[in-house]
Design a protein around this ligand. Structure first.
Ligand SMILES: *Cc1c(COP(=O)(O)O)cnc(C)c1O
Length: 367
């Protein structure tokens, strides 16, 4: 057998999750966020699967957007950080990409554009994230400048929420309050109805008052909850990525013997240790602690000892029928990536997004 480590991508689960996002916000259009190679799931496959179901895609950069266009994706694409240079803006206009504008420099680039028309600008308001966007006090004048530009055809007002995943945190209400004041200001000076976009996955699920003309779900499309405490939905999200491997060695060790680099885990009893062909070179987090759950033959077992580059070791003493070749799930359908992430002091977002190139990816469903 060849090295058995791979990720399975379940496109039916993806479509199911997208339908959930859409049913939670029936009056909003969906901008599916597929930045960072669709959170590590493979942007082209994800885009091809979703393009008939959503109105638009959002990515971080023009390179990511071009990759989709080259693959034949024809629906609109939004650049979430906008353009980093004049040249990129020219390219975005030619390609028909929508661009976020979050600072003065980007707005000023419009003046030098070679009189091209038809650009849709997403004017970003900083309502409390303090990362990107214009302050409330500057929004009206920026809107005026954008409206005056020959190149700009349409303006969408947007913001991003910083704590939408904390369902009781009033900071979200404050952000929405600031944003709504901006919308009111713009309504007074705009000749067209103002279209707005606020909600990420957490807001789609927990903040119905944030639903706008366009919602921007990301993580929920991939079947992961953005919340620390999973929220009950009428239908649960289904994880799209499953990381699997196999047992490649089995051994018996005695009490007091240690396992792995640094001898950080020592058996308290005579134990059976399974070695699995997955390590941090495959995106499995190196700082996952001993005790991290791993499914072997569908049964829960615990990681023991340090994660190596190509292998992990798992205590399977209490499991039955484990043999070389037994299947292993690191996260996915039957073991939520968010649960594994907690043992590595991170979030499911990071685990799935940083999958390395060497892993083979396969479209399909796990058992
Ligand atoms: C990444 C991103 C999203 C999607 O966030 P999720 O939490 O994955 O739903 C939405 N809007 C912006 C501006 C983003 O950068």
């Amino acid at each position: 057998m060849s090295r058995p480590t791979e990720i399975l991508i379940d496109l039916d689960a993806l479509k199911h999750n997208c339908r959930i996002a859409q049913s939670l916000a029936p009056n909003s259009k969906t901008v599916a966020v597929i930045k960072a190679d669709a959170y590590g799931h493979g942007a082209i496959d994800i885009a091809q699967a979703l393009q008939s179901q959503v109105a638009m895609f959002a990515v971080s950069s023009i390179e990511e957007a071009m990759e989709l266009r080259m693959a034949g994706i024809r629906i609109p694409i939004l650049l979430l950080e906008g353009c980093f240079s004049q040249q990129e803006l020219e390219c975005a206009v030619i390609q028909g990409f929508d661009v976020v504008m979050h600072n003065r420099e980007q707005v000023d680039m419009l003046a030098q554009l070679q009189q091209q028309k038809g650009l849709t600008v997403w004017l970003k308001v900083d309502t409390g994230m303090h990362r990107l966007g214009f302050n409330e006090s500057d929004v009206a004048s920026v809107f005026d400048d954008l409206s005056a530009s020959q190149s700009v055809n349409q303006i969408v007002l947007m913001t991003h929420l910083s704590v939408a995943d904390e369902v009781k945190n009033i900071a979200t209400q404050e952000q929405l309050g600031i944003f709504n004041r901006c919308v009111k200001q713009i309504q007074q000076i705009s000749s067209q109805p103002v279209t707005v976009s606020i909600a990420n996955s957490a807001a789609v699920q927990a903040w119905p008052n944030s639903h706008g003309d366009w919602n921007r779900p990301g993580i929920m499309l991939y079947g992961l909850s953005p919340f620390a405490e999973p929220k009950d939905l009428i239908e649960p999200l289904q994880p799209v990525m499953t990381l699997t491997s196999k047992v490649i060695a089995l051994r018996q060790i005695q009490a007091q013997q240690s396992v792995g680099y640094g001898n950080t885990w020592t058996a308290k009893r005579a134990s059976t240790i399974a070695t699995i062909a997955v390590g941090y070179g495959d995106g499995y987090p190196r700082n996952a602690k001993s005790g991290t759950p791993v499914l072997v033959n569908g049964q829960r077992a615990q990681l023991c000892g340090r994660v190596s580059m190509d292998m992990i070791t798992v205590d399977v003493t209490d499991l039955e029928n484990v043999e070389i070749g037994s299947s292993v799930e690191l996260w996915g359908k039957n073991l939520n990536a968010n649960e594994v992430a907690k043992y590595a002091d991170t979030i499911g977002y990071e685990l799935v997004t940083r999958m390395p190139k060497r892993l083979s990816r396969r479209i399909g469903q796990s058992d």
